[in-house]
Design a protein around this ligand. Structure first.
Ligand code: DX5
Ligand code: ZN
Length: 229
């Protein structure tokens, strides 16, 4: 299991296909294909129909992926209102990293972001914190040394296939110099061959993509082109 993938990456940028872009009737074949094509991990988009206006997948998907792909790093993006309820289920299912949203936890007395990072570590997972496009980067300034990955959303979360929002790159530029070299700066939403170079230039080092990887028939070429832009 590549437990150290985020802190000690074999190369940068890392490319994480979001399985939300896969054909769900052929999920094992789709995952096999992107892993053979050079994906560094799988990004699993969990939506609760409340934090975002869509429903996707839960711990059972992670359990099945873990069983079928025992050596693959599973990066779980929790777009849910109550992330505290899902730490144990996803950790037990075999997730490697759990990323929750600051919009879900800020200003809470209980189950706030400090409680969650501690709970996730206690469950033996790596920790990510995410910010939506309207949220300023300084909303997570107090967490920069407490997480393994920062996820800057470059679309309003909820659906694959949306257009990249270039204005979030200012947040990437602000965050990058404050991070230590073992912390990854991930960007998610609308990343393709046009937008990825801009994200990389701003300082992102981990690219999440659904459409740009799963739509093309040649996934190897798709991943290669994202990686070497
Ligand atoms: C959006 C999800 C993304 C999404 C990306 O809410 O968090 O991971 O799957 O899809 P594309 O790459 O198509 O924008
Ligand atoms: Zn995502």
């Amino acid at each position: 299991m590549p437990l150290n993938l985020l802190n000690n990456p074999p190369h940068l940028p890392l490319i994480f296909p979001s399985i939300l872009g896969a054909d769900f009737t052929r999920i094992a074949d789709e995952v096999t294909d992107v892993l053979a094509a050079g994906a560094d991990a799988l990004h699993v988009d969990v939506m609760d129909g409340h934090f975002v206006p869509n429903l996707t997948m839960g711990p059972d998907m992670v359990r099945c992926l873990r069983k079928a792909f025992p050596d693959t790093y599973l990066d779980v993006h929790l777009m849910v209102t109550h992330p505290e309820s899902f730490i144990t289920p996803f950790a037990d299912a075999g997730a490697n990293c759990l990323t929750f949203h600051i919009e879900a936890t800020a200003n809470r007395d209980q189950h706030n972001e400090h409680d969650l990072t501690a709970q996730i570590r206690a469950a033996d997972c790596q920790v990510g914190i995410s910010i939506n496009p309207p949220t300023p980067a300084d909303a997570i300034a107090h967490l920069l040394n407490d997480v393994d990955v920062i996820l800057v959303m470059s679309v309003h979360p909820g659906f694959a296939g949306q257009s990249f929002m270039p204005e979030v790159l200012d947040k990437v530029r602000w965050l990058k110099p404050q991070l230590n070299p073992t912390t990854r700066l991930q960007i998610d939403g609308g990343l393709d061959t046009q937008t990825t170079p801009r994200a990389l230039q701003a300082g992102a080092d981990t690219i999440v993509a659904a459409s740009a990887i799963f739509k093309p028939n040649n996934r190897k070429a798709a991943i290669h082109s994202l990686r070497s832009l």
